[in-house]
Ligand binder design. Structure first.
Ligand SMILES: CC(C)(COP(=O)(O)OP(=O)(O)OC[C@H]1O[C@@H](n2cnc3c(N)ncnc32)[C@H](O)[C@@H]1OP(=O)(O)O)[C@@H](O)C(=O)NCCC(=O)NCCS
Length: 203
């Protein structure tokens, strides 16, 4: 295993959005409206969004600041390819809601989604949430397996939830995240994952 971490999980920044959009388009049949991620990270106090970045890949160069009046027309950020996954959640008093998670198709089945789930679960616990919920397409067995591995259970259906094909959403809830079962599972999964993936979190 290399010395440094293979991925670093960090808060999502505006400059990351072109790469987030690239992964999103490759992952979901209906991407969120164009401005959604910008609004989430700039305006939503309850939103926590993260990217998983490869530290061995150069981040995209950021253009130097321009002087007034040219700075009224900001240059588009240069897209890079150092981001391999992202995830986000809303922390609402005692409940955490995972709103999205996606991994670049070229980087799947390496534990990157698990690393994001582990970090979001730990942060939820630290911030006082007692349980975590999410919606997932009925047909999305891969994602459901991921959540089941962390003790999420089925908790009902939102009929015709997805706008493109009216597929139902399965609602899933975690066990109480301060309870011994969730803690034991998280610790075991984290230990197993850290044997095959070296990741760091700078939240
Ligand atoms: C679902 C997704 C995020 C998983 O990312 P990933 O990095 O490949 O997942 P991981 O390698 O961390 O897998 C963790 C666990 O998830 C489950 N899993 C992930 N992909 C799976 C697949 N294709 N088939 C079956 N199980 C799968 C397994 O239980 C796996 O554990 P294991 O390695 O011990 O078998 C990824 O496939 C993706 O981005 N899909 C498109 C977007 C999406 O569906 N997001 C979820 C919205 S609710």
């Amino acid at each position: 295993m290399a010395d440094g971490p293979e991925i670093v999980i960090e808060p999502m920044q505006l400059a990351d959005l072109p790469q987030v959009r690239r992964i999103e388009k490759a992952s979901f049949s209906v991407p969120w409206p164009r401005d959604s991620y910008r609004r989430e990270i700039m305006d939503n106090q309850r939103a926590w969004y993260f990217v998983a970045r490869r530290p061995d890949v150069e981040p995209p160069p950021q253009p130097p600041p321009r002087r007034f009046p040219f700075n009224l027309w900001p240059r588009a950020p240069v897209p890079g390819n150092d981001i391999v996954a992202f995830g986000g959640m809303w922390l609402m008093i005692d409940e955490s809601h995972i709103t999205t998670i996606a991994v670049d198709p070229e980087y799947r089945r390496r534990g990157f989604a698990e690393a994001l789930i582990i970090e979001m679960a730990k942060l939820s616990r630290l911030r006082g949430a007692t349980r975590i919920t999410l919606e997932v397409r009925m047909s999305n067995r891969g994602a459901q397996n991921l959540y089941r591995k962390y003790g999420f259970v089925d908790h009902g259906v939102r009929p015709r939830y997805y706008s493109d094909d009216r597929e139902d959403a399965l609602i899933m809830w975690s066990e109480p995240i301060h309870g011994p079962d969730f803690h034991a599972r998280l610790t075991r999964n984290e230990r197993d994952l850290s044997e095959r993936l070296n990741w760091a979190a700078r939240l």
